[in-house]
Design a protein around this ligand. Structure first.
Ligand code: CAA
Length: 261
């Protein structure tokens, strides 16, 4: 039994867990209690025997309009430093091994954009409103935006976006490779996000986890080390039952029935 105030949790499709940010009065501004709930829900999905892929979304109007400016306004350096403010946001990048798809519609600003960038796949509406407007508030991105956005779009664009605070559309996000795909409507976005999650949920749990792990390594390791890391994990999958099951099913022209072993 999970009672949440700022999020909603469901399992809308076989194998798919969905977290919907639900703080409409503040356009899903990411206050600390919301982040705590999000982390709790994701931890439950991570340990769930049924959930195999996760969709993280907001409303049609706002994925999330950023960290909570009213919560941050009175914060001091010593409080922020000693409480490791914002650090807990990245729990999802370290402890959630199942794939997370962000379905972004409306505003994804500041911490909202950064939260989306922490996920594994971003789908968005063409009209979604991404941006790192922190400079307008006298501060800078604090949840990884200067690093992840720069890796996603390159230094030239990231520097311009972060120094001017200007927004970019979902359409641009797709063209620049921030988002994997963009959709004309909110309904099409949600349908595609759930369908993709369902597709991933239909594959071997072992292979899916390994695939996520090795792609993420590419963000941290030099190419030669990353390729070697991939090869090690690839070799190790010959020790899984699902590799045998998958390749045997191909040869027999049958659908693989995964063992998750
Ligand atoms: N924090 C707290 N409250 C927020 C918020 C935020 N980030 N964004 C919106 N809200 C609140 C507004 O204060 C308003 O509340 P009230 O009704 O009590 O006044 C309510 O949500 C609705 O917002 P608006 O009336 O402003 O809605 P709008 O449609 O006119 O404008 C918007 C939408 C352009 C997104 C505008 O709300 C806005 O600019 N929000 C702030 C965006 C921003 O600067 N985000 C970055 C935050 S800093 C950060 O995230 C740091 C980090 O890197 C971790």
């Amino acid at each position: 039994g999970s009672n949440y105030e700022y999020i909603q949790v469901s399992e809308p499709r076989p194998g798919v867990g969905q977290v919907t940010l639900n703080r409409p009065k503040a356009l899903n501004a990411l206050c600390t209690p919301l982040i705590n709930e999000l982390n709790r829900a994701l931890a439950e999905f991570q340990s769930s025997p049924t959930v195999r892929a996760i969709v993280l979304t907001g409303s049609e109007k706002a994925f999330a309009a950023g960290a909570d400016i009213k919560e941050m306004a009175p914060l001091t350096f010593s409080k922020a430093y000693t409480s490791s403010f914002i650090e807990s946001w990245s729990t999802l990048t370290t402890s959630v091994k199942k794939p997370i798809i962000a379905a972004v519609s409306g505003h994804a600003l500041g911490g909202g954009c950064e939260l989306a960038l922490m996920t594994d796949i971003i789908y968005c509406t063409a009209s979604a409103n991404f941006g790192q407007p922190e400079i307008k508030l006298g501060t800078i991105p604090g949840a990884g935006g200067s690093q992840r956005l720069t890796r996603a779009v390159g230094k030239a664009k990231a520097m311009e976006l972060i120094l001017t605070g200007r927004s970019f559309s979902g359409d641009e996000a797709e063209r620049w490779g921030v988002a994997a795909r963009s959709f004309p409507t909110y309904e099409a976005l949600m349908e595609a996000a759930l369908k993709t999650a369902e597709t991933i949920a239909g594959y071997s749990k072992v292979a899916v986890m390994a695939a996520k792990e090795v792609v993420n390594k590419s963000q941290d390791l030099p190419l030669r080390d990353g390729v070697e890391y991939e090869r090690r994990v690839f070799h190790s999958l010959f020790g899984s039952r699902d590799q045998k099951i998958g390749m045997k099913a191909f040869a027999e022209k049958k659908k693989a029935e995964w063992s998750d072993e």
